[in-house]
Design a protein around this ligand. Sequence first.
Ligand SMILES: [Zn+2]
Length: 176
Amino acid sequence: MAMTGMQQSPEAEHRMPDVDTVHALLKQVADPEIPVLTIADLGVLRDVRVEDGRVIVVITPTYSGCPAMKAIEDEVYRVLRDSGLEQVEVRTQLAPAWTTDWMSAEGRRKLREYGIAPPAQSGRRAGALADARTVVQCPRCGSESTGRISEFGSTACKALYRCTDCLEPFDYFKCI
Ligand SMILES: [Zn+2]
C-alpha cells in the first residue's frame, strides 16, 4: 500500500537548534538606540547554549535598568521564533556587571563610523561616570582636544561632547 498524506520534512518537524546557528541569527538583534551595533558587538550577549533542546540566551544590560533591555529581549524571541525555534529562554544576568571592555573591536569601529565616540577602554564598571579627565577622541577627526557640553546626550547612554578642532558636537557612549 502506498503511503498517503503529506510527507513532512524531518527538518521542519524537528528542528534541533545549534549554538552557531543561534549566534548567526542573533546578529539581527541590534541595540534599539544604536542600530548599527548588534548585541554581540556591545557585549550584551553573554552566552548561548542549548539545554535539552531548549535555547538559552544570556544577556547582561549595559547598566541596571537600561530601558532598551526589554526591547532587546523581545527581539531575541522574535528572531528565533521566525526561524522556527520555539523553545527559547532569555535570561538576564546582572552579575558580573557589564564593562566597556566587553564591547568588541568591531563594535568600537562601527560606533566611530556612526559618529559616536566609543567608551574609553579602562575597564570601568557600568555606573561609573566619565569624569573630566577621561580623554574622549573626536569620532570625526580623531582629535583628543574635546570637551563635554552636557552629561546627557540623545539617550541616557550618551553624553554630549564637542571637538575643539573640527568644532563638531558628537555623542560619547558613556555606558552608565
Ligand atoms: Zn573633531
